[in-house]
Design a protein around this ligand. Structure first.
Ligand code: ATP
Length: 238
């Protein structure tokens, strides 16, 4: 028996009033894949991901996460997903430990497990020494790491991240990339959007290009470069 895909999107559409932002996307991502979504601003990447994570209702089409229909059983689907938005919201008055315990509580994780996971994530992301400081004093990168820890606290099988490396300094970008690579090696499925070619080049296995609400092309970076080279467009411009 073949395992269900990590993500299977069929005929996905989304309109905001008159504006059709996503115009019929089909996309299948297998368990363990590290997938990058590229495309110009306004192409429909964020809208697509928000439908997958249950923040927007599709106008049409279906989404399955490890075989679970997200419309039929949104809670079961969400349990398997981590979502890191492009501008994550933290509760600034909380410390990272308080924040992670709060998020863990929302997932119904027992206190002991929450403490263990929080400690492991904060150590892994080099925030442990700041665990009792309020997030309001943190740099953008530190906030991003705290938000990432919050996204991972329920130990999801599918990580979905919107521009996770944009605006981070080199040291923090390195820590985040290392963590993602490590999760990928451990078998986690990861989907991210990025404008950073180095991320597309070094981190992801396969790339999908979204433009004007459609999935235009898929392949490895080398395959896409060859194809794009032929029609004159530049991947680096995306
Ligand atoms: P970016 O890289 O800038 O985030 P994107 O590929 O993620 O771009 P989306 O944010 O999904 O693109 O936007 C797709 C289109 O839908 C854009 O034209 C955008 O202006 C429009 N759009 C997005 N959110 C809304 C909204 N809440 N109401 C109306 N239009 C919206």
């Amino acid at each position: 028996n073949k395992p269900a895909p990590a993500l299977e999107i069929c005929g996905l559409r989304k309109s905001y009033g008159e504006k059709e932002a996503v115009k019929g996307i089909d996309l299948t991502i297998q368990p363990g894949e590290f997938y990058g979504l590229l495309g110009p601003n306004g192409a429909g990447k964020t809208t697509t991901l928000k439908m997958v994570v249950g923040l927007l209702n599709p106008s049409a089409g279906s989404i399955h996460v490890f075989g679970t229909d997200t419309a039929a059983d949104p809670v079961a689907a969400k349990r398997q997903i981590a979502w890191l938005p492009d501008e994550p919201m933290l509760y600034d008055k909380l410390t990272p430990v308080e924040y992670l315990e709060f998020v863990a509580g929302l997932w119904g994780i027992d206190a002991r497990t929450a403490t263990d996971r929080a400690e492991e994530l904060l150590t892994r992301l080099e925030l442990f020494d700041h665990r009792h400081e309020r997030c309001e004093g943190f740099s953008r990168g530190m906030k991003q790491k705290a938000a990432l820890a919050g996204a991972l606290i329920h130990d999801p099988r599918l990580l979905i991240l919107d521009e996770p490396l944009t605006g981070l300094d080199a040291a923090i970008a390195r820590q985040v990339k290392d963590l993602l690579a490590e999760r990928a090696r451990a078998g986690c499925t990861i989907i991210l959007t990025t404008h950073i070619m180095e991320v597309a080049e070094r981190l992801v296995d396969r790339i999908g290009i979204i433009q004007h609400g459609l999935l235009l092309a898929e392949g490895t970076l080398d395959e896409l470069r060859q194809r794009h080279g032929r029609d004159g467009a530049s991947l680096e411009d995306l």
